[in-house]
Design a protein. Sequence first.
Length: 214
Amino acid sequence: MQKILLSLAFLISLQSHAALEQLNNTELQKIEGQAGADLSLKVTLNQTSTGQFDSTLCSDLRYCRLALNFNNRGTEAAGNRQWLVFKGVQGTINIQKLGLDGVDLQYNNKSGVGVVKPAIQLGAKYDSPILFRNFGFDTMSIETDNGTGDDKAGYLANTSGGTANVNSYSNGIYTVSGYDNGREVGFTGMKLTGNLALNGKVMIFSCDSTHPRC
């Protein structure tokens, strides 16, 4: 029994030190593998299991935002950064089925010669649509830093001001007698609920100078 174990260890040692060799397209085509896989992915952001905005997780609304700062329009006269802030970000995206396979891709190169290359194929079918549930944001606004430091950052702004019963707001929340009451200060909210049905495939492969589009 000890001899068998020693022999096995010796074989493993030899294999671990084997040199890697580059394979060309012809050699790669001779390699066979197992069937592909079906992938599924569900992403839930700032939502409860029923698809509603999670007010417990987002008890401090400032930390449920998405902010962008652009290089060419990133500061104002005093040098403070300006942000495009999406407030009340939430949503669920459910990719029910995405096929992952290895396939042979056939095409004619620039010389008109047929070429076969190994490729990764991602496929989607209309009977397994991508589901969007209450995906989007409540409001959008442009905010400016109020000095330096994270606590002064524009994307955390909670300002107060305005005129009573028209556009008054306190701590970044509208205090009006209308639709916007209790919402974060801003404009142009967007929510998406629906199914995106796709039927097709995308192939990913190495592209060299002989391909018409490379």
